[in-house]
Design a protein around this ligand. Structure first.
Ligand code: PEP
Length: 252
């Protein structure tokens, strides 16, 4: 059965002490009963991960990295491998975020390799895809998402793909204040689930959580998360304040 998930992508925000204090506030809210039945994930910066894992231990909060390198080790100055991430107890890793594609030239080939490297170490990938504004305006969003999934995800076996969380994030909605309408989100989430069903099986498609991301906030989340094929959200800006993030966790 697909999980309901709210994942906070902190991006390049929050130093170590700020991050730990945010985790403590989230833990306190969850201990008060907010978000029962929801998988709550936060993705701090690399330098906070080790302490974040310790802070979250024994609570309902799970920790994700924001990126990884596809090689196991070697001369890749500044990079971090999936083995290093797994060794400190992190469970998830975000792969293919549009900011990585846009600012760091991540290709479909490297995204596919990062997914493989993550699964090989037992990390669960949160795989992001979605179209840019021009593609949406030209009505090409279905085509774009299908191509991304063909090139980046569909080399996996059914057993492997079941370990992946998909985050559909229309690039035009990320950090812009523009949000896909609940119907637009449902339409493309249903399309993604159909692609999964056609490639693997209806049963496999029913096990994969598909999150929406893009200016998701407490005031629009209830309607979006209420759609049949939306299993939660990948949240940027609104994940930086405990109050907002907890409200999102309570939006199902
Ligand atoms: C994101 O970066 O994944 C994201 C969805 O950001 P925001 O919520 O700020 O649009």
């Amino acid at each position: 059965m697909r999980k309901k998930i709210v994942a906070g992508n902190w991006k390049m925000n929050k130093n170590l002490s700020e991050g730990l204090s945010l985790i403590e506030s989230i833990k306190a809210g969850l201990a008060n009963g907010q978000g029962a039945g929801v998988e709550v994930i936060v993705a701090p910066s690399y330098v906070t991960l080790t302490e974040a894992v310790k802070a979250a231990a024994g609570s309902a909060v799970k920790i994700s990295a924001q990126n990884c390198h596809q090689e196991e080790n070697g001369a890749y100055t500044g990079e971090i491998s999936t083995g290093m991430i797994q060794a400190i107890g992190v469970e998830y890793v975000i792969i293919g975020h549009s900011e990585r594609r846009q600012y760091f030239n991540e290709s479909s080939a490297s995204i596919a390799k990062k997914i493989n490297a993550s699964l090989a170490k037992g990390l669960k990938p949160i795989y992001c895809n979605g179209e840019v504004k021009e593609e949406r305006e030209a009505g090409k969003h279905f085509e774009v998402v299908q191509r991304q999934m063909n090139d980046e995800l569909f080399h996996l076996s059914a057993e492997e793909v079941k370990k992946v969380v998909i985050a559909y994030e229309p690039v035009w909605a990320i950090g812009t204040g523009l949000t896909a309408s609940p119907d637009q989100a449902q339409e493309i989430h249903a399309f993604i689930r159909k692609l999964l069903s056609d490639k693997y099986s209806a049963a496999v498609a029913e096990e994969i959580s598909i999150l929406y991301g893009g200016s998701c906030k407490p005031d629009n989340a209830v309607e979006i998360f209420g759609k049949k094929d939306v299993d939660g959200g990948l949240i940027g800006g609104a994940a930086l304040k405990a109050e907002d993030f907890l409200a999102l966790v309570a939006s199902f």
